[in-house]
Design a protein. Sequence first.
Length: 286
Amino acid sequence: MPGKAEMTLTMTDVYGDKLKGRVDIRLDHKDLGSADRVKNDYKPPKRFTIENLTPGIYDVCIFPSLYYPVRKFVNVRDTEPAKVSFTLPVDAEKVMGIEAPDFNALPQDLQEILKISEIQSKRGETLYNWLDDEKKAGLLNISSKMRMTTFRDGRNVLSFVKGLDRIRGDRFFTHVQNDLRDEVKNTISRHLFHKVPNMDHDPPHGYEKAGSYKTADKYGNLQLTFFKKIDAISFMVDADIDDASGLEHNFQVIEHYLSGKETSPYDIHEILLKHQKLDPGYRLLV
C-alpha cells in the first residue's frame, strides 16, 4: 500500500538547464519487486516531487528521448523527503550538429595555431571552416584541455604546439616544440602527468615511439603520445582525451547502453563540462 514518503527529483543537463525532449521515469521498489511509480512520455520541470511512496530502497531509472538513460538507488524514508539529482549527458547519436564559434571568435592561441597549420592545402579560417562538426568538436575539446593544463611556470601545453598535421574527432596530431616532452616528464613527481603504455599508438612514417603520458584527472584525461623523428631531434604528438568510463561513473549512465560504443567528441564535451567545469566553447544541438 502507498505510504506517506516523498521523493524530490531534479533533472538537468550539463549546464544546469531544464532537459529538452521527454522522459520515461520508473521507480522500482526493491522489496516489493514491482514498479511503485511510472511516468511515460513526460515533459518534466527541472525539479518536481513524487508523493505517496512506500518507504524503502528504490531503483530510480530515467529514460530520456535526447539524453543517455541514467539510474540511481535511493533510500526513501517517511521521516523526510528523499532528494535525488541527475545530470544527464546528451546522447551523442541524437546530436544534429554543433553551435561553434566563428574563427574570429576563437581564442587567439588557437587562431594562431590554425594559421600556421596546413591540412589538405588549407590554412587558418579556411581550414577551420572545412572541418566537419565532429572534427571541430574534437579540436575544441583537446585545445581547451591543453590550455587548462599548465606547468609550474604558468605556461600551458597548447603553447608548445607548432602546427596541426591531422585532425580527427577523437584526437589530433601535431608538431610540438622539443622541450614539451621534458616539461611533461618533469611533472611526474608532482602527479600532473604519469607515464602510460602506448601500444595502441602507431608512429607516423619516419618517427619512433618516445613515450606516452596522461594527466591524473579521474575523468577526461589529456593523453600526449610522443613520437621522435628517427634521424633528428624533432617531436610529434598524438593528443587525445580519454573518457575513462566518465559517462558510466560520473553520470550514472546505465552501462548496458554504452557497451561496445565508441567514444564520441560529444561525449567528451559532456564529461569536461560536468567533471572539470571546462567549457570547450561550443554547444550540442539536439
